[in-house]
Structures are given as C-alpha cells and as structure tokens.
Design a protein around this ligand. Structure first.
Ligand SMILES: Nc1ncnc2c1ncn2[C@@H]1O[C@H](COP(=O)(O)OP(=O)(O)OP(=O)(O)O)[C@@H](O)[C@H]1O
Ligand SMILES: [Mg+2]
Length: 395
C-alpha cells in the first residue's frame, strides 16, 4: 500500500503490545531452559506431564517468553507428528475462575461447548476425556496465576496439579506453565500443592538499560523506516524504562508514542524531544497506595479510562468516551452508575492527584468537552493494578 502521508513508521503493528517477535533479545537462555523442561515431552509425549513456574517483575517478558515458547514447541511437535496443543490463558481475564478457564480450554476443542450444567471438576474430567479421545497433550499456560489463587485458593490449584496422580498408568495429558510476578502469591498454598508446583522455576531478572536498548533497537528495525529513530532517542527511552523497573512494555509503548509525536509534527525522525513530549504530560509515577485510597467509583471510572485508552491507543480521550467504558464496568460489578456531574467531580479529583491530566477543549458547536490524558503509566499496567485492587476490595 502506498502511504499518502509521511510517516516514520513502516509497520506500527510490530509495536503492538501483544505482538510476539521471532527473537527475544536477552531471553535466549530462559527460552532454551523452558524448551529443555519440555524436551522429554517431545520424545515420549504420553509418559510425562511437566510443571513450570515463570516469575519476574512487570514488563520483564514473562508473557511474551511463554508465547514464543508455545509457538516454537507446537511447531516442533508438528514436525514429529505429535498432537500437542499450547493454550495460553490469562487468568485475570477469566476473573480467576477455574470454571471459566477450563471452559475456555475445552472450547478450543469443542467451540460451542455449553457454559451451563457442569462444575469445574466435571469440566476437568471432560477435558481429559477429550484429550484421551484425541490422543492429545495440552500445555496450559496460566498467565497472571495470582488471580486464580486469589479467587479459588489452594483447592483449584490442587485439583489441577494432583490430577495426573489420580490417573496413574494412564497417558499424561496436561502440563502446566504458571506465570506470576511474585512467588509470594503461592506461599499461601498448602505445602504439598506448593511443592508439586515449585520444581521448575524460571526467574526473569529485570532488564538493564543496555538490554532495554537492545530490545528497543530490535523493534525499531521492524517498525520504523531506516534511521528514523535517533540513537539518543533510544537511550533516553531505555533510561526511562529502566527507571520504571526495567519494564520493556513501558519502553515499547513510549517508543510508539514518541513516533506518533514525530508524525504529528511532520518530522523525518523520532527525536529525544518527541520522547519528552510523550512523557511531558506525565506527572510523578503513580503509587499503588494512591490507587488504593481512591473512592470505589473513582476506581471504576479510572478503570474505564484505562480500558478506553487500551482500545483506542489515542493520546486523548473525552470524558464521555470514558463514561461508556465506565458504564460497562458498573454493569460487570452490578453497581449503579454515578451521574455525569458526579463523574466530572471524580475526574477532577483524579486530576488533582495527578493520576490523569485533564484539558478543556472546544468541540464543534456543542461547546466544550473535557479531554483526558493518561501520563506515564501504560493503560495496560493501570488496568492490571486497578483490577487487582478492585477484586481484592470486592472479596
Ligand atoms: N526480550 C524481549 N524482546 C522483545 N520484546 C520483549 C522482550 N521482553 C519483553 N518484550 C516486550 O515487552 C512487552 C512486555 O512484555 P510482557 O508482556 O511479556 O511482560 P510481562 O512480564 O508479562 O509483564 P506483566 O507482569 O505486566 O504481565 C511486550 O510487548 C513484549 O513483547
Ligand atoms: Mg504478562
């Protein structure tokens, strides 16, 4: 396609936060280790079920590492004629419910499997039955595993892990990869469940500034025109991402935003100033405690704002756009929505706390509208933090 406007980008989708690149700079060792844990499975698929834990801070590459692994091992299994399925589930997206998670796994085999009439345990045995029939093995990745533990406790995890032991002499069908930020979350499980889980742990260390620069440069070669991103720009972004705890997501998001600023200003290259603009609207990093102390509907509104930004990828959204997402969230939680005026007040409070920035803009003949900008924290991170806090509060 011929582009009609000038852009520093060649392919923005390579900066999409869900994009899984072919190479993962500085995660080779971990990827190989993960492969090694499962190599036995490729040789004797029915003889073994594996359990692995991946842990590391926000943006340390846990999700992308396991997805890369999933694609690689599926391809390898395909070559050897082994019926292996990699299924990646984000537990938080299924509100930590074992039933919903298992239903998702079952429906990858039987797409219209009914949602009613079964318990989680029944679903689990149905799944095994299906796998027996199809002579298949599933590697199930439970991403954001904390959410499952929080909601279901030891019990669910026990069911999943002990399952194979009740099937002695039968082929092994289900392996687990559990992803969590902090190993503390599994401390609350009973000792035996914990010990069956803990055998293989892969820890992802924080990325250093240089490592972040390498990751960014790799993405730049995929997403930008040659020489469109200055070297100084890369080091500035790497510096900022490094001070955000080595968060690669923060770096990639900032890189994309800086590129957008370059395009908006009609520049040929992404300069450090584009980066500064992208973070300038940004106030001091958000503290978790700040979020915890917000009123309940302030949290719901902020969650709406985060989701709206996540979907739109715009730099600014209007209050009424955010309000639509807020309304959906209220419905999820069975909460009565606050009025527009109340929401406007909540927004002022969020703004005075520096959580969001607001601006009043003129729109058409309808007069003024309040625009919201989300500085510093990525919409996805904010959504995660808030969801966790809200879930806890509700429980
Ligand atoms: N080594 C790497 N090479 C290329 N891209 C990477 C690498 N590590 C992380 N990324 C990218 O950085 C972003 C964040 O990584 P990812 O989502 O895997 O982090 P995470 O550890 O799962 O974070 P969270 O705890 O918030 O879920 C993703 O867009 C991912 O593609
Ligand atoms: Mg993740």
């Amino acid at each position: 396609m011929v582009s009609h406007y000038r852009s520093v980008f060649t392919d923005e989708t390579k900066l999409d936060l869900n994009y899984v690149p072919h190479r993962l700079p500085h995660r080779d060792t971990e990827l190989q280790l993960l492969m090694k844990f499962f190599s036995f499975l490729l040789q004797f698929p029915e003889k073994m079920a594996q359990r692995v834990i991946i842990t590391g801070d926000v943006g340390s590459g846990k999700t992308v590492l396991s997805q890369r692994f999933g694609t690689d091992i599926s391809r390898e299994a395909g070559k050897r004629g082994i019926n292996l399925h990699y299924v990646h589930v984000n537990c938080r997206e299924y509100r930590g419910s074992l039933f919903l998670i298992l239903h998702h796994v079952v429906s990858t085999f039987h797409p219209s499997f009914p949602k009613r009439g079964y318990s989680a345990e029944e679903l689990l045995s149905i799944l095994l039955q299906i796998l027996d029939e199809e002579k298949a093995h599933v590697i199930l990745t439970l991403d954001e595993f904390e959410s499952l533990i929080e909601r279901e406790g030891s019990d669910a995890v026990y069911k999943l892990t002990r399952l194979q032991e009740t099937r002695q002499n039968k082929p092994q069908r289900l392996s687990l990869v559990c992803i969590l930020r902090n190993l503390k979350a599994i401390e609350q499980l009973d000792t035996s469940t914990r010990s069956t889980l803990q055998s293989n742990i892969i820890r992802l260390e924080r990325y250093s500034k240089q490592q972040l620069a390498d990751i960014l440069n790799d993405r730049i070669s995929l997403a930008f025109k040659p020489l469109a991103v200055l070297e100084d720009t890369v080091s500035l972004i790497a510096e900022l991402a490094s001070s955000e705890g080595g968060n690669a997501r923060f770096g990639i998001d900032l890189l994309w935003r800086a590129g957008k600023y370059a395009d908006a200003d009609g520049l040929d290259s992404v300069t450090p100033d584009c980066v500064r603009k992208a973070v300038s609207s940004v106030v001091p990093a958000m503290r978790k405690s700040e979020l915890t102390n917000l009123g309940f509907h302030e949290k719901l509104l902020l969650l709406g704002i985060a989701r709206c930004f996540k979907e739109s990828r715009k730099a600014y959204i209007s209050l009424s756009e955010a309000e639509q997402f807020y309304a959906v969230i209220c419905e999820e939680f069975n909460e009565k929505t606050h009025s527009h005026t109340q929401l406007w007040k909540h927004l002022q409070n969020l703004s005075s706390l520096g959580v969001v920035k607001t601006e009043v803009s003129k729109v058409g003949s309808r007069g003024r509208s309040t625009l919201i900008c989300l500085p510093k924290i990525s919409a996805e991170d904010l959504e995660k933090e808030l969801s966790a806090i809200i879930e806890k509060e509700r429980a």
